[in-house]
Write a protein of this length. Structure first.
Length: 622
């Protein structure tokens, strides 16, 4: 039983490492992650897991010195002990951003797995005041709370979904390969990698080089009590950036040699994590929600509890693996916290009555969909209902089609969707577009005016933008960003469908669309066909070339380039030439980047001239 739990926890931690380090999309809070890790270490006795692997979107870069994790403490007793052990020392905020390294050759690299990172020089170079010295400098890419809030205000103004938190925002910008997306990021340098100088001497050297350095509080063995008070009373609320703790470092020469290190962390420093504010409350039951893709998500229904100004009565648990790792069982109490002081999360559990058996008696894993009763399928720790006609999936898909980022159908609320389904007017999501005004008028709560309004709103989206059409189709894993990228690539639905019929060679070259998304499109392309039978997306505007009296050349663009495709399209068109979507005998040049596929092969077979982007300006200048 223990061996099985260890294996389950190991896989769960690996999955969350991938979401955090590679996809910049963590599903759980740091506190929940630490709890999983602690449970794993308790059962396995191991501590050799350095999380994260570099993705394949960027060139890899081997670090000159390994970037290890930090040991963590969270009690006052342990804090006092570490302050004494590391004195004289320095105390620095544990900035909650993205670790980057400035190398002397001008490269800027992510942490990656600690041994190998990603070269993100192009995007990271947009950060203000970057400096380089003759040694690698470790820094944290950060974003002030005020900047983050301003960005979100702007996004909401234009109907975009707000960013979740500064850390994810930073990672998304720097790993996008699109330099125009980098806004509001600064950095704090805090270490010269490989240096044997004391921490304060390193910081002085960095400041003298003109770098922005981390805030630092110094202490000695004689000022331990002042240092303890400084940490325990640290005002994180008014600190300009998000932090999740403080780092204590020995401020002596050759600290790493003196204190030593493990395979996981250096012993010359330690991270103090702020106590998590939480409350205990009783678990009432676990319910399972079914999403539009059929994924079952467990939700804990708890006795209402007051926490940081709000009353909480339900908490999402993400998947069955999380339930197992937290040992959530009937008749237990749960310790409720707010991840990042916002999202409710369960951190740990205990039995309600001490005299009860301590044996872990978990909830049974559901083998049937709670809505339609169909058998569930398990993929890793996720459960899915595969019944196409499941009422819960139908409801969620209807809501997805109507939401702002999809077709943005006003007046189409979840309650209205439920009424339409209950009335039998909608059996499949796209039946929405066959509704008549008379049918809507028969729904409870609808009068002539409100029925006409909803009908007119549905009719108004019959010719949506291509990206909205693709997103509204509901292909699993194809979100707003992927839909926009596909639309920008193909301009028309017919061109995209033609690429699907050929095995998606062009789609595969779009940055950020990997094997999982490709397989999802292949498996669910029928959704596009079904939706096209109901509505027709508009073709995207194609910029027309300006006339300069000279021969107008035809260019085709393919592969991964240093800038977004639109940049090269604009340059070519402004020079008086035109862009085509496919290679023919009338093509003059193929501008080919990395991973150029079938278009390059066809150009070679037709004898079309193939250009590297460095050659483009020469051709355009004649």
């Amino acid at each position: 039983m223990i061996k099985q739990e260890v294996q389950s926890l190991a896989q769960l931690i690996k999955d969350h490492d991938d979401l955090y380090f590679n996809k910049d999309a963590p599903m759980i809070s740091d506190a929940e992650y630490d709890e999983l890790k602690a449970r794993y270490l308790e059962l396995s006795g191991e501590d050799n897991n350095i999380p994260g692997e570099p993705s394949r979107l960027f060139e890899s870069y081997t670090h000159l010195f390994p970037i290890k994790s930090l040991a963590k403490i969270n009690t006052e007793a342990a804090l006092r002990k570490e302050l004494i052990r590391l004195a004289p020392g320095v105390i620095q905020p544990k900035e909650d951003g993205m670790t980057i390294v400035f190398y002397p050759d001008g490269s800027i690299v992510t942490r990656g797995d600690g041994e190998t990172g990603e070269n993100i020089t192009a995007t990271a170079s947009q950060i203000n005041n970057i400096r380089f010295i003759d040694a690698p400098v470790r820094a944290e890419a950060v974003m002030n709370k005020s900047v983050f809030n301003s960005l979100n205000t702007e996004r909401v103004k234009y109907g975009l979904e707000p960013f979740k938190n500064p850390r994810n925002t930073i990672a998304g910008m720097l790993r996008s390969k699109d330099v125009t997306k980098v806004k509001g990021i600064s950095y704090k340098a805090y270490n010269i990698m490989g240096s044997t100088e004391p921490e304060t001497a390193q910081l002085t050297r960095l400041k003298n080089a003109g770098m922005d350095t981390i805030d630092t509080y110094s202490y000695t063995i004689e000022t331990i009590e002042d240092a303890l008070s400084y940490i325990l009373n640290f005002d994180r609320t008014n600190y300009p950036r998000e932090i999740d703790g403080l780092v204590i470092k020995a401020d002596t020469a050759n600290a790493l040699s003196i204190y030593g290190e493990t395979g996981h962390h250096p012993k010359s420093m330690v991270a103090y994590k702020f106590p998590v504010q939480g409350v205990w409350t009783n678990l009432k039951e676990i319910i399972w929600q079914v999403g539009r893709t059929g994924k079952l998500t467990p939700v804990a229904i708890i006795e209402p509890a007051e926490l940081l100004g709000t009353t909480i009565s339900r908490v999402t648990l993400h998947n069955f693996g999380i339930m197992q790792a937290l040992q959530i069982a009937p008749n237990c109490e749960v310790y409720l916290v707010k991840a990042n002081d916002i999202i409710p999360a369960i951190l740990k559990t205990k039995m309600v009555n001490p005299e009860q058996s301590e044996d872990y008696l978990p909830f049974a894993e559901p083998n049937h969909c709670p809505i339609c009763g169909s058998l569930t399928e398990k993929v890793n720790d996720q459960l899915f209902c595969n019944e196409p006609n499941c009422a819960a999936k139908l409801l969620r898909n209807l809501c997805h089609i109507a939401k702002r980022d999809a077709l943005d159908i006003e007046s189409m609320s979840e309650e209205t969707a439920k009424k339409l389904i209950a009335a039998g007017f909608i059996e499949k999501p796209f039946d929405l577009f066959d509704l008549t005004q008379d049918q809507i008028l028969t729904l409870p709560g609808f009068a002539a005016k409100s029925a006409k309004r909803l009908y007119d709103n549905i009719q108004s989206v019959m010719a949506p933008d291509l990206n909205r059409f693709i997103y509204a189709a509901g292909i699993p894993n194809i979100g707003r960003t992927a839909s926009k990228d596909i639309a920008n690539r193909f301009k028309t639905l017919d061109a995209f469908m033609a690429d699907i019929s050929q095995g998606l060679p062009e789609t595969s070259q779009i940055e950020g669309i990997g094997p999982i998304l490709i397989e999802s499109i292949k498996k669910n392309y029928g959704l596009l066909i079904e939706l096209k039978q109901k509505i027709n997306p508009k073709e995207m505007d194609i910029m027309q070339p300006t006339s300069n009296g000279e021969k107008v050349l035809t260019f085709v663009i393919t592969g991964t380039l240093s800038c977004p495709r639109e940049h090269f399209e604009r340059v070519i068109i402004q020079a008086g030439h035109k862009i085509a979507g496919s290679v023919t005998k009338n093509t003059d040049y193929l501008l080919a980047g990395d991973k150029a596929g079938s278009k390059k092969a066809k150009a070679e077979s037709l004898g079309i001239k193939i250009l590297h982007e460095s050659q483009l300006s020469t051709i355009l200048q004649g």
